[in-house]
Design a protein around this ligand. Structure first.
Ligand SMILES: Cc1ncc(COP(=O)(O)O)c(C=O)c1O
Length: 351
């Protein structure tokens, strides 16, 4: 095993073809990609190649049994043109936690960091300066072995691709609280970033979209009484001046942004409770005026305020408030990410 990387550079960069001011999330990709194959029980020599299509056998197991996991992270550029990652070790650990649950072999840490840094140095000009601009990084693993018996593969591909993104202004989000469908269940794969978790959300989310809601807040599968998380975000509720979020479990993704918000709340003497939250509690708080804010937290959207929710055909609106916790945490986080504030917890990682 060697973590030396074979690098093939592009002959001509595509960077001038990209309208960075108007990129749509996840549509454009940087010049290079990282790729490493698992064959004969070993990860082979990693490669960095020009971004290109893959050629896979139609029987590759990923197409039939969904053996696929991924990560989502971002690189930021500060005012001095230095490029920073944010808590990348957490993403590395989480992709291997996800992989283990899907019977995918663990990826070596030195391969991950060496690959990521080499890739980002090559494509550094794709990370644009300015608040909200970032290079979204998508590491993923797929089962490539050509065989359609229902069994874990003996061959895999670990890849990293990068996509320039802008601030994720989606306007106001209104959400539906799940009453029938579930995202995950006890003993299942909800805690993993498994591709199939997302596919399973699309149909109920389409139904919610038709009713005018952008997202669903998932509830526990057995009773639908407890609030868990949204499609790609963990969820926080502010009741009076207390922030509440659900504990992680085997049904909920252990979000890195969530962990940051919990830590920043503690650092700034904001009362934070990590505990089960019932739908009833939040509806009562909305009725008596003590529910001040709901927001989602995740890498793509950073912090996303929720302005309305529906449950059992009852709609609750949350008017804008001054000095919202959502904007407080968003500013705090982004200042650390863009190297504008002291990084008390060593979250930044210089490339
Ligand atoms: C299901 C789910 N929950 C929460 C999150 C937020 O996690 P993070 O803050 O690590 O991006 C994500 C996105 O990664 C997600 O897909």
């Amino acid at each position: 095993m060697t973590n030396e990387i074979d690098v093939v550079r592009v002959e001509n960069s595509r960077i001038n073809e990209v309208d960075f001011d108007n990129v749509e999330f996840g549509r454009e990709f940087s010049d290079h990609m990282f790729s490493c194959d698992f064959i004969d029980g070993e990860w082979q020599t990693p490669k960095i190649l020009p971004y290109q299509a893959l050629s896979l056998d139609p029987s590759a197991r990923v197409f039939h049994y969904g053996q696929a996991v991924f990560e989502g992270m971002k690189a930021f550029k500060d005012d001095h043109n230095d490029v920073w990652l944010f808590r990348p070790e957490d993403n590395f650990n989480r992709i291997n936690i996800s992989a283990a649950r899907l019977a995918i072999p663990e990826f070596p840490k030195s391969y991950f960091f060496n690959g990521l840094e080499t890739l980002l140095k090559l494509d550094a000009s794709w990370v644009k300066k300015g608040s909200g601009n970032a290079l979204y990084i998508r590491p993923f693993v797929i089962a490539t072995e050509p065989a359609i018996s229902a069994a874990p593969a003996n061959e895999y591909k670990f890849m990293i691709i990068c996509s320039p993104v802008k601030a994720y202004y989606k306007g106001k989000i209104s959400v539906l609280i799940a009453e029938k469908f579930s995202r995950s269940a006890d003993g299942g794969v909800g805690f993993a970033k498994a591709a199939g978790n997302y596919a399973a959300q699309f149909y109920p989310t389409n139904l919610a979209n038709k009713k005018g809601f952008q997202q669903i807040i998932w509830t526990d599968a057995s009773t639908h009484e407890y609030l868990e998380e949204a499609g790609t975000m963990n969820i926080f509720f502010r009741v009076n001046n207390t922030l509440i979020t659900a504990p992680t479990s085997d049904r909920i993704l252990d979000g890195i942004t969530r962990k940051c918000v919990i830590q920043l709340a503690k650092d700034n003497e904001i009362n934070i409770e990590v505990r089960r939250i019932s739908v009833r509690e939040i509806k009562d708080a909305a009725k008596n005026g003590s529910l001040k804010e709901i927001f989602g937290a995740g890498t793509a959207a950073v912090i996303s305020p929720i302005s309305a929710f529906e449950h059992a055909e009852e709609v609750f609106e949350l008017p804008d408030i001054e000095n919202s916790y959502a904007s407080f945490f968003k500013n705090k986080l982004m200042d650390i990410q863009y190297n504008k504030a002291v990084d008390q917890h060593d979250w930044r990682y210089k490339v």
